[in-house]
Design a protein around this ligand. Structure first.
Ligand SMILES: *[C@@H]1O[C@H](CO)[C@@H](O)[C@H](O)[C@H]1NC(C)=O
Ligand SMILES: *[C@@H]1O[C@H](CO)[C@@H](O)[C@H](O)[C@H]1NC(C)=O
Length: 960
C-alpha cells in the first residue's frame, strides 16, 4: 500500500539521519527567502530552456582597457535586460597567480556594499606586473605561470581559467549571473528615463524569461511574525561557478555535513536546500544538513587527481550555494547572495598546498596561539562560584589529570552584565584567578556582545553615551533586543570607535574610563552569541534593516558581524592590557573569512550523540581547510548526558582537535572526567596525558600553518591529492606534517576499526608498534580499537617529538625533556620538525625561538639520526631575518635534553649506537616479529639518554 510505503521509508530515513530537536520553523528555507527563490528560479528557467538559454550579460568590447602596467583590465558590462544600466568589471592577476574578478553597478541609484574584502583581507594583494593581456575581438586573455590561462569572453560574459588547456573554473558558463540593479519601487526600470508605464510593463514582460514575471519579494517580505522593510529593494547577486573537471568540492563552512559536499539538487531528501551561509544560533542543530550554522567562510575548494583550485567569493550578506555533480568528474555550483558586489578570487592551485598558500596570502593565517591554549580547557555552564572553581581544580589535581584552563559561562556575571562579577558567588575573583594561575593555569570568562540596558552597567551606558550602538532601521534610535541579559543593546563593531572602546574595556589597570579592574592578565575571553544571537529577532538574529556605521544595513554585513568586531576588538584589548604584550586567546562562535587571525572557534551547541561526535570531526576538517584552523567541538556534547563509553571516545576526538574543550549545558549532570568510575577515569587520564605529550607536535603544526597556510589537521585529499580513494574520506586525518594518522572511533561497541593507508609505505601503530603495510593502490587495514585506545598510526618516514612526563598543566612542562619517535620508512629514512618558543609573548617575532629538523638516513649498514637548525633556512618568515641560534629563548632551554630516542623498523640488531663526537650510548633492542609484507611488530631500538640537548646539533650513528 502506498501510504504504508511512505511511512516505512520515512522511518528508514529517520534511522539513517536521526533528526534532532532543531526548530526548523525558526529558520528559513530557500523558498522562504525572496532572493534565494529568485536565484533558484533563474537556474530553473535556464535548465528548462536548455540550448536556447543565453546569459543577458556581455562585455562591451570597445570599453575593454588594459591599465598602463598591463596588469589590470577594466570593462563596461551590460545586460540586454536593462540596456541603460551599466556595470563595471575589473580583473587582474596577483603575483601568486590568483585572479580577482570584481563587478559593480556604476552610477546606480545607490551604492552596493563593497567593504567585505576590507574585513577579510589581511592586506591588498599585489597585482602582478608580469602579466601580458592580449585583447581580441571576442575576448581578452593572459597566459602565465605553469600553463595557466585566464580568459574574459565578451558575448556572453564568461570568465574561464584553464590549465594546460583544461577548464578549471568557469564563471557564468551556465548564464546564471545576475546583479539586480537598484531601482525605485514606482518605476522598476528606474534608469530608463522617459518611459511611461506602458513601456515599463513591456520591458518587464520582455525580461520575464530571465527575471520572472512577478517581482517576487522585491520590496518587502515577511517571515513568521517579522517583516523586512527592504528599503533598497532587490539587489541580489547570482553567479554560477563551475568546475568541469573536478568531481569533489569542499569548504564553505560552517555546515554539519560531510567534508566532500553532497549534491543539493538531487534526490537526497536531506539535501534539497542549498548550503546556506547566514550566521545563526541554531538550537540543537541537525548532524547532517546544509542548514546555516554560526560561521560563514565563502571559500570553496574543487578537487580532482589532476589539480585543486579554489574560489573565494568575498561577500558578507546571506548567501545560498547549490552544488551539483552532473558527472562523477565535474561539479557545478550556484551562489546566490542577498547584496554586495561580485568580488571573486580564483585560486588556481594546482596543488592543495598551493591553494592553502594562496588563500593565506589573501586572508592571513592563524595567529600563533599561546602554548597553554593547546592544553585542555574545562568548561561548564556553569561553575557557580569561586569556591566551585577551586574545588574543580583540586579534584583535577587529586585525579592527576592535566588541565590548563577553567572557564566561566554567563552565570559569573551579575544579571548577565559581563565583566561585573556576581558578588554573592564570586566575591574574590582576583584571588580565585591567582589560585588557578599558581599552577600555571588560566581562566576564560565569557563576554558576550549583548549589553544589558541598565543605567548602572558602565559598559552599556558608556557605549550609549558615545553613540556606539547599532541603530534601528530609522538609523537614529538605538536598537534593542532580547538576550541572556534581558533587554539589551549591541555595540556596532563596524565603527572604528566601537572597536577602540571595546578593546580598552579589558585593561585591569585603572584608567580615566571604566575598565575591568576586577580582572587579571590570566583571564582570557570567550565571545559567544556574536552572530548576533537575539532571542526575539527573526531567525534568532538581528533584523536585516538595522543600521550600522556608514549607514550600511545589517543585511550587507551580517556574516562579518562576529569578526573583526568582537574578535579583533577583544584580542587587541588582551594584547594591550599589560606592560608586557602577551598573546591573546579569544574563542568566538561566529566567524568569517579572516577570523583565523584573531582567535579560535568551536562548533557551537552540539548534542551528546554519536552522530554529533562524528560530524564534529568533519566540521573541524572543513574549518581547517578554510583557514580557521584553531577549531574544535565540545567534548561530550553541549546537550545531554553521554554515558562513560561515549565520553571516553569523545575525549579521543577532542585530543585530536586543535582546540580541546569539554563543555556542558546547565541542565546536564556534572561530567568532569574525574567523576568517571574506573576503568573510564584512568582511560581519560591517559587520553589527556597523550594530548599533553603531543603538545610539541600541535605547536609545530600551528607554526607551520602560520608560515604556509597549511591546515593543522589535514584531510586525505590535502595530503595525497592524487589518491582517488581518499577524496571522500573525512573520518580519519593527519595531524600537521607529523606523519600521525588518526581515526577516532565514533560508534558504540567498537573493538577494531578499519583505517585506510593511501600509499605503499609502512605505518606503525603508535602504542604497540605493530606495523601495517599499505599499497600503491591504497589499502584498508584493521587495527585494534578497544575503548582505551584510539586508532593512531605513524607514517613510515616520520620523526615525532613528544614530552612524556605527566604534569598538571602545560606551562609546568617548559623544561621537560623530549622523546623522539623515529618511524623509519621502507627505505630506512625519516624526517620530522620541532618548533618551540616561550609560548606566551611575541618575542618569537624577534627571533627568540628554536626550530629543529630531525633527519634519519640510511647507507648500507649505517643509519644516522641527526638534529639540525631549521630556523636559519626559513628566509620567507619575516621574524627569522634576525634569527640568532644563541637567542634568549634557545638559551633558556639549553638544559632541556632529549631523554629517549625510539627507532622503529630497523632491519636488524645494531652492533653499536654511537653519539658522534661522544661514545657508545646505552640502548636496548627488541626484535620485530612476523615476516615482511605481513602485519607484524616492528623492531624497536630504544636509546636511553643520548646525552644531547633538544636545541643543539647532534648526530647518532647506528651500525648494524
Ligand atoms: C585574597 O588574598 C589575599 C592574599 O592572599 C588575602 O589577604 C585576601 O584576604 C584575599 N581576599 C579575599 C576576598 O579572599
Ligand atoms: C576501505 O573500506 C571502505 C569501507 O570501510 C570502503 O568504502 C573502501 O572502498 C575501502 N577501500 C579500499 C581501497 O579497499
Amino acid at each position: 500500500m502506498k501510504v504504508q510505503g511512505i511511512i516505512l521509508s520515512a522511518a528508514v530515513l529517520l534511522l539513517l539521519h536521526p533528526v534532532s530537536a532543531v526548530k526548523s520553523g525558526d529558520f528559513k528555507t530557500c523558498s522562504q527567502s525572496g532572493f534565494c527563490r529568485r536565484g533558484r528560479a533563474i537556474a530553473a528557467r535556464a535548465r528548462d530552456a536548455t540550448a536556447s538559454w543565453k546569459s543577458p550579460y556581455s562585455v562591451d568590447a570597445s570599453s575593454v582597457s588594459v591599465s598602463s602596467e598591463e596588469a589590470l583590465i577594466t570593462a563596461k558590462v551590460q545586460s540586454s535586460l536593462y540596456p541603460d544600466v551599466d556595470f563595471r568589471l575589473e580583473m587582474h592577476v596577483e603575483d601568486d597567480g590568483v585572479v580577482r574578478v570584481r563587478m559593480d553597478e556604476v552610477s546606480g541609484l545607490r551604492k552596493r556594499y563593497d567593504e567585505a574584502a576590507d574585513w577579510a583581507l589581511v592586506k591588498e594583494p599585489t597585482i602582478s606586473s608580469d602579466i601580458r593581456w592580449t585583447a581580441g575581438k571576442k575576448a581578452v586573455s593572459a597566459a602565465y605561470g605553469a600553463g595557466v590561462e585566464v580568459v574574459l569572453e565578451y558575448e556572453p560574459l564568461r570568465v574561464v581559467v584553464r590549465r594546460h588547456g583544461k577548464e578549471q573554473v568557469v564563471i557564468n558558463g551556465r548564464g546564471l549571473l545576475h546583479m539586480e540593479h537598484f531601482r525605485t519601487k514606482e518605476t522598476p526600470v528606474a534608469n530608463e528615463e522617459g518611459l511611461d508605464e506602458q513601456d515599463v510593463m513591456t520591458s518587464l514582460k520582455a525580461n520575464a524569461w530571465f527575471e520572472g514575471e512577478d517581482q517576487d519579494a522585491y520590496w518587502e517580505e515577511s517571515f513568521s511574525k517579522w517583516t523586512d522593510s527592504k528599503p533598497k529593494g532587490p539587489e541580489s547577486l547570482s553567479v554560477d561557478i563551475d568546475f568541469p573537471n573536478h568531481g569533489h568540492v569542499y569548504g564553505i563552512p560552517e555546515h554539519a555535513t560531510s567534508l566532500s559536499l553532497p549534491t543539493t539538487t538531487g534526490d537526497d531528501p536531506f539535501f534539497t536546500e542549498p548550503y546556506r551561509l547566514y550566521n545563526l544560533d541554531v538550537f540543537e542543530y541537525i548532524a547532517s544538513s546544509p542548514m546555516s550554522l554560526y560561521g560563514a567562510i565563502p571559500l570553496m575548494h574543487a578537487h580532482s587527481a589532476e589539480s585543486t583550485v579554489g574560489v573565494f567569493h568575498v561577500v558578507g550578506s546571506e548567501t545560498w550555494i547549490d552544488v551539483a555533480h552532473p558527472s562523477p568528474m565535474s561539479s557545478q555550483t550556484h551562489w546566490i547572495s542577498e547584496s554586495g558586489i561580485l568580488d571573486l578570487f580564483i585560486l588556481p592551485g594546482p596543488s592543495p598546498d598551493d591553494v592553502f598558500a594562496q588563500y593565506a596570502r589573501l586572508t592571513g593565517t592563524a595567529a600563533l596561539p599561546a602554548h597553554w591554549a593547546l592544553g585542555y580547557h574545562q568548561c561548564r555552564w556553569n561553575y557557580v562560584s569561586s569556591d566551585d572553581v577551586r574545588g574543580v581544580q583540586k579534584q583535577f589535581d587529586e585525579a592527576d589529570m592535566p588541565v590548563d584552563v577553567f572557564w566561566l559561562d554567563i552565570e559569573y556575571a551579575e544579571e548577565h552584565k559581563y565583566m561585573i562579577w556576581d558578588q554573592k558567588t564570586f566575591p574574590d575573583p582576583i584571588n580565585m584567578t591567582n589560585d588557578v594561575a599558581a599552577f600555571g593555569r588560566k581562566m576564560v570568562a565569557i563576554v558576550d556582545p549583548h549589553l544589558k540596558r541598565a543605567e548602572d552597567y558602565p559598559v552599556y551606558s558608556a557605549a550609549r553615551d558615545k553613540g556606539l550602538l547599532i541603530k534601528q532601521s530609522n538609523g537614529e534610535d538605538d536598537f534593542e533586543g532580547w538576550c541572556w541579559s534581558g533587554s539589551s543593546a549591541w555595540v556596532d563593531f563596524f565603527n572604528p570607535d566601537g572597536i577602540e572602546f571595546w578593546a580598552k574595556l579589558f585593561d585591569p589597570r585603572p584608567g580615566k574610563e571604566w575598565s575591568w579592574t576586577q580582572s587579571t592578565e590570566d583571564i582570557y575571553i570567550w565571545n559567544d552569541m556574536n552572530e548576533p544571537s537575539i532571542f526575539n529577532g527573526p531567525e534568532i538574529t538581528l533584523q536585516k534593516d538595522a543600521i550600522h556605521y556608514g549607514g550600511w544595513e545589517h543585511r550587507d554585513v551580517h556574516n562579518i558581524n562576529g569578526m573583526p568586531l568582537v574578535s579583533a576588538a577583544t584580542s587587541t584589548g588582551l594584547i594591550q592590557r599589560g606592560d608586557v604584550r602577551k598573546r591573546p586567546f579569544v574563542l568566538t562562535r561566529s566567524f568569517f573569512a579572516g577570523t583565523q587571525r584573531y582567535g579560535a572557534m568551536w562548533t557551537g551547541d552540539n548534542l551528546g550523540t554519536w552522530e554529533h561526535m562524528a560530524v564534529g570531526i568533519k566540521m573541524v576538517l572543513s574549518s581547517n581547510i578554510a583557514g580557521m584552523v584553531f577549531a574544535g567541538s565540545d567534548v561530550g556534547g553541549f546537550f545531554g548526558n553521554p554515558d562513560a563509553e561515549m565520553l571516553v571516545r569523545w575525549y579521543h576526538v577532542g585530543i585530536f582537535s586543535p582546540f580541546l574543550r569539554a563543555h556542558a549545558h546547565i541542565d546536564t549532570k556534572r561530567r568532569e572526567p574525574y567523576l568517571l568510575t574506573e576503568p573510564y577515569k584512568s582511560y581519560v587520564r591517559n587520553i589527556l596525558r597523550l594530548r599533553y605529550s603531543m603538545l610539541p607536535v600541535w605547536y609545530t603544526a600551528f607554526r607551520e600553518n602560520s608560515e604556509t597556510g597549511r591546515p593543522v589537521v589535514r584531510p586525505h585529499y590535502a595530503v595525497f591529492p592524487q589518491d582517488l580513494n581518499g577524496f571522500a574520506i573525512d573520518d580519519q586525518f593527519f595531524l600537521g606534517s607529523s606523519g600521525l594518522l588518526v581515526k577516532p572511533v565514533t560508534r558504540p561497541g567498537v573493538t577494531e576499526e578499519t583505517v585506510y593507508i593511501p600509499e605503499d609505505e609502512v605505518y606503525y601503530e603508535y602504542f604497540s608498534h605493530q606495523t601495517y603495510h599499505g599499497s600503491a593502490e591504497g589499502k584498508n587495514v584493521t587495527v585494534p580499537a578497544p575503548l582505551d585506545r584510539v586508532p593512531l598510526l605513524v607514517r613510515g618516514g616520520s620523526i615525532v617529538p613528544t614530552r612524556e612526563r605527566p604534569r598538571r598543566s602545560s606551562s609546568l612542562m617548559a623544561q621537560d625533556p623530549f622523546t623522539l619517535r623515529v618511524a623509519l620508512s621502507k627505505s630506512g629514512a625519516a624526517k620530522g620538525e620541532l618548533y618551540l618558543d616561550d609560548g606566551v609573548t611575541f618575542a618569537h617575532r624577534d627571533g627568540a625561538l628554536v626550530w629543529r629538523e630531525f633527519i634519519a638516513a640510511k647507507t648500507s649498514k649505517t643509519t644516522t639520526i641527526k638534529s639540525r637548525d631549521l630556523a636559519v633556512e626559513k628566509p620567507f618568515a619575516a621574524d627569522l631575518a634576525i634569527y640568532d641560534p644563541a637567542n634568549a629563548f634557545s638559551q633558556s632551554i639549553k638544559n632541556v635534553r632529549v631523554e629517549k630516542v625510539i627507532v622503529l623498523g630497523l632491519s636488524g640488531k645494531p652492533s653499536s649506537v654511537m653519539l658522534t663526537g661522544g661514545g657508545e650510548l646505552v640502548w636496548e633492542f627488541e626484535e620485530g616479529a612476523g615476516s615482511a609484507g605481513k602485519e607484524e611488530r616492528a623492531s624497536v631500538l630504544t636509546i636511553k639518554d643520548p646525552k644531547v640537548g633538544i636545541a643543539q646539533d647532534w648526530e647518532v650513528k647506528i651500525t648494524l
